[in-house]
Design a protein around this ligand. Structure first.
Ligand SMILES: NC(=O)c1ccc[n+]([C@@H]2O[C@H](COP(=O)([O-])OP(=O)(O)OC[C@H]3O[C@@H](n4cnc5c(N)ncnc54)[C@H](OP(=O)(O)O)[C@@H]3O)[C@@H](O)[C@H]2O)c1
Length: 288
């Protein structure tokens, strides 16, 4: 189904971040009417100033983990637009480190921001979306929400939850002709890793991996095109699409390499291994 974004009424979360800002620009070029949100008021005002004159733009500061802020956001969309055509759940947080070394708060925080907040925002927005024109919910997930990669347990759990919700809602919301698009990207070249709620691992080069990621404006353009084309899921870049295909067909290959990678790079970081009487080192020769 083709969808025009000209005059589409859009609520975009995480507009103050790398991908969100790029999405705001891409949507404004299509002539969409925007309600943008984030926690950083200065960044929101700056973005609004950049978009002024190009398209109708409103901003509202909100912490999406706060139910009152979420309600205020939907009320603002109702007051300004009367209905919603596009809801983009883009706000998100990451964390990195061995699960055994991590704090329970990290899991709670990531589930709050990456899963409970978008889930409840969708629920609150449904009456407005049901009145929209070719309405669509866009959930920005992650490749980590389709395959768990080491030292991202909390992040993967939160994005898997979002992927599961998206799959169910794609069917349920068809009752109201509301589409659902799940976006599962690999690395995007944003400051995402600088905002990690925790990073307890010394191994790996997170910053370099993100720097080599897809430029945010390229990612945003792919997402906007997927919205226009009415796609159900978008996976990019191609090497991530291929990795997820291999994972679907032969998951044991990724299981083997992930476990080998962990034994090689993260054994020394294991707090459990540093305790007296800890288990003996595991040989790296174990096959799949
Ligand atoms: N970068 C990547 O490699 C990558 C890869 C796959 C998927 N993703 C996903 O893409 C999305 C955008 O990430 P990004 O790369 O643009 O990261 P980013 O630059 O760190 O942006 C994150 C955004 O989320 C907002 N946010 C965080 N906590 C919030 C809260 N409690 N309430 C409201 N807003 C909150 C931030 O707003 P404030 O700064 O104003 O608080 C910011 O606008 C995320 O869902 C992320 O998981 C990113």
């Amino acid at each position: 189904m083709k969808r025009s974004l000209q005059d589409a009424r859009v609520l975009l979360t995480g507009a103050t971040g790398g991908l969100g800002t790029a999405l705001a620009h891409a949507l404004s070029r299509r002539g969409a009417r925007l309600l943008l949100t984030g926690r950083n008021q200065d960044a929101l005002s700056q973005l609004a100033a950049q978009l002024q004159g190009r398209t109708e733009t409103h901003v509202l500061r909100a912490d999406l983990t706060n139910p009152e802020d979420r309600n205020a956001l939907i009320q603002s969309a109702a007051d300004r637009f009367g209905a919603l055509d596009v809801l983009i759940n883009n706000a998100g947080l990451g964390a990195r480190g061995l699960f055994e070394n991590s704090d329970p708060e990290v899991l709670r925080k990531l589930m709050e921001v990456n899963f409970f907040a978008p889930a409840e925002l969708i629920r609150t927005a449904l009456p407005l979306l049901a009145r929209g024109r070719q309405p669509i919910v866009v959930n920005i997930g992650s490749a980590s929400g389709r395959r768990g990669f080491p030292v991202r347990a909390e992040y993967a759990a939160s994005k898997f939850a979002l992927a599961g919700l998206s799959e169910v809602l794609a069917a349920e919301l068809s009752i109201h002709n509301i589409d659902v698009l799940l976006v599962s990207p690999g690395h995007i070249a944003t400051e995402f890793f600088r905002h990690f709620v925790a990073n307890t691992t010394q191994a790996g080069r997170t910053g370099q991996m993100h720097a080599r990621g897809v430029p945010p404006d390229v990612a945003a353009e792919k997402i906007v095109r997927a919205i226009e084309r009415g796609k159900r899921e978008l996976i990019f870049p191609f090497k991530i699409w291929l990795t997820l295909l291999v994972n679907r067909l032969f998951p044991w290959i990724l299981d083997y390499f992930a476990a080998r990678h962990c034994r090689k790079h993260y054994t020394a970081e294991s707090r459990l291994r540093q305790e007296p009487g800890s288990p003996q080192p595991i040989s790296d020769s174990g096959g799949p």
